[in-house]
Design a protein around this ligand. Sequence first.
Ligand SMILES: [Zn+2]
Length: 284
Amino acid sequence: MIFGDMELIPITDGTSWGDGGGAFGLVPKTVWDELLPSDSRNRIPMILRCLLVRTPQATILVETGMGDKVTPEIAEKQHMRLERPNGWLLDDLRRHDVAPDDVDIVLLTHLHGDHSGGGTRFLDGQIVPTFPRAHYLVQQREWRDAHNLNERTRATYFGINYDPIEKAGKLKLLDGDAAVIPGVRLVTAPGHTAGLQVVIFESGGQTAVFLGDLAFFHWQLERLAWVSAYDVDPLGSIETKRIWQPWLAEREALIIFQHDPLITAGKLVSREGRYKVETVAPAG
Ligand SMILES: [Zn+2]
């Protein structure tokens, strides 16, 4: 997608099939299963969508998917199914003529395994940063929570996904909202995790937003109460979405959904007092 003087290219690390109840939280299965049918083990498809951003100044990668450390066997143990008919993240980047060395900046919305996993990889028996030249930008708060695990968060954070980045001196921790390069900035959006950040692109009077897990699917952006069971602060997620809904609608922002299997990009419109996502780019 051409966006002012930037190019925003959705890429993928594959599809992770995970428990539908986890993704939809308190929403009854009879409701969500109509929207997104589950498989025989109650699992629904979650796209591991990332965003390649080409600007005159830099090549930026937003998110890194699950990476090559999660084999199909490990996925099975975690009650997931990993589908990668076209390979993983680096294969999709190669299809766009991007080598790991070409990436200048990696933006991580948070450090959960399906967002940070591709940021490091196995190479010659070691786990190293996948993008050796890049600086990785994460919120300080997210980093702290990922290193102070509790019974609730333990299954979602894995040090092998990000500790080697710090060791290589490539980590940049942010204390709140931050400018990345002209036209690209990060804004905190607490709820799913306390240190979640979304990415905003501004060019030629237009706005685009990469939402991360502020809403897995477009339905969760339309409806405030639809919050995933993974969110550490569901009431915080609702308040954060309450702020973002009018902000996105007023600007007619192009919204890129990370996990949505139906919509890659859409716009939020207000109609008769309700918000609705209109598809700009369907998935696939
Ligand atoms: Zn997450």
